[in-house]
Design a binder for this molecule. Structure first.
Ligand code: TRP
Length: 329
């Protein structure tokens, strides 16, 4: 039997090229060897964004389209929205009972985020429960393999601890202990050289059209000491170079050399990079155009995915209620 993968992504905006190379490409590959559950985690988006939900549905649809256009295939994988499977909420509630407060409070990102998102009022019960909700995602589907970036490792660890505690307390083997499969995130900077992030407005989106990609690549920050074309450049401090490394790693040494010996100017170098990115994203762009015209088809895929996910989660919850001695009246 194939191992089961679960991955969740928050619908907080359009996916960018860092998400694409770091995560989505990997999800497409995983489909070949695993039974994959790919979940758009709207409840998680609410843990920090509950005050303004106006764009939530657009964001959900956008991620679904980003995924589908990249080759995530509803025939191979279960693609669904977290809140369509209410069993997830029940499991979150039940798992919250035996989870010590100290476990959730000590998650490194917790206090850090409280500080970082200060203006946002996230000193809430819901935000504290973020990792337990994530554990519920993974465990409702009894997933064994979780592809994540390094920042998510504490969440996988707490999930494993919750599993051990639950299985011990209720003398059961209901849950398997999931393992993290570290995805090497391509560390793509934003076009201004800072971290690629919505809050800086420095992203290139998976959905950007070719003209937009060209404009953004032209705006990328290069070596500030390279003023004339004949000045030797330093690829280490150049944003376009980071993109070359991520998109065409086999050419990185050649490109670095051209920069250092000033045999290519920044303008030409960026034009060539724009071509590479546009070429690579062209099939996705085409597919997106078609999908965007048929939002009902995308909704159908999410509806179908929710049905398949629900069947699995229902079976898990039946096990959980049984070992916890709960019953329906
Ligand atoms: N916390 C994850 C993130 O921010 C998203 C997520 C929610 C997730 N539930 C999950 C990831 C379950 C993996 C498995 O990236």
């Amino acid at each position: 039997m194939k191992g089961r993968v679960f991955n969740g992504m928050r619908p907080t905006g359009h996916l960018h090229l860092g998400n694409y190379l770091g995560s989505v490409v990997n999800m497409v590959t995983l489909q070949e060897n695993y039974e994959c559950f790919f979940c758009i985690v709207d409840w998680h988006a609410l843990t920090t964004g509950y005050e303004d939900t106006a764009e939530l549905q657009d964001n959900i649809l956008n991620i679904a389209i980003d995924w589908l256009s990249a080759g995530i295939d509803p025939k191979k994988s279960v693609i669904f929205v977290q809140s369509s499977v209410k069993e997830g909420a029940e499991l979150h509630l039940l798992l919250s009972m035996p989870t010590p407060l100290s476990w959730v409070e000590r998650i490194p990102t917790y206090k850090e985020q409280l500080r970082q998102l200060e203006g946002r009022n996230i000193a809430t019960y819901g935000f504290l429960g973020y990792p337990v909700l994530m554990a519920a995602d993974i465990l409702a589907y009894k997933a064994g393999v979780i592809p994540v970036g390094e920042d998510q490792l504490p969440h996988i660890e707490i999930t494993r601890e919750i599993v051990r505690r639950f299985n011990f307390l209720f003398k059961s083997e209901v849950f398997p202990e999931p393992v993290a499969k570290l995805t090497r995130f391509a560390l793509l900077p934003g076009i201004d050289g800072r971290k690629m992030s919505k809050s800086y407005g420095n992203e290139i989106h998976m959905s950007d059209n070719p003209a937009t990609i060209r404009t953004k690549v032209a705006q990328m920050v290069t070596d500030p000491q390279r003023i004339r074309k004949t000045d030797p450049g330093r690829p280490e401090v150049c944003v376009p170079y980071q993109f070359y490394r991520a998109f065409v790693p086999e050419q990185q040494e050649h490109v670095a050399e051209e920069c250092r010996n000033a045999s290519i100017g920044c303008v030409a170098c960026k034009q060539r990079l724009a071509d590479i990115i546009i070429d690579r994203m062209a099939p996705l762009y085409e597919k997106r155009q078609k999908l965007a015209q048929r939002p009902d088809d995308v909704m159908d895929i999410l509806h179908d995915g929710a049905g398949r996910a629900r069947m699995v989660a229902k079976a898990t919850l039946a096990d959980v209620r049984r070992v916890m001695n709960l019953r329906d009246f």
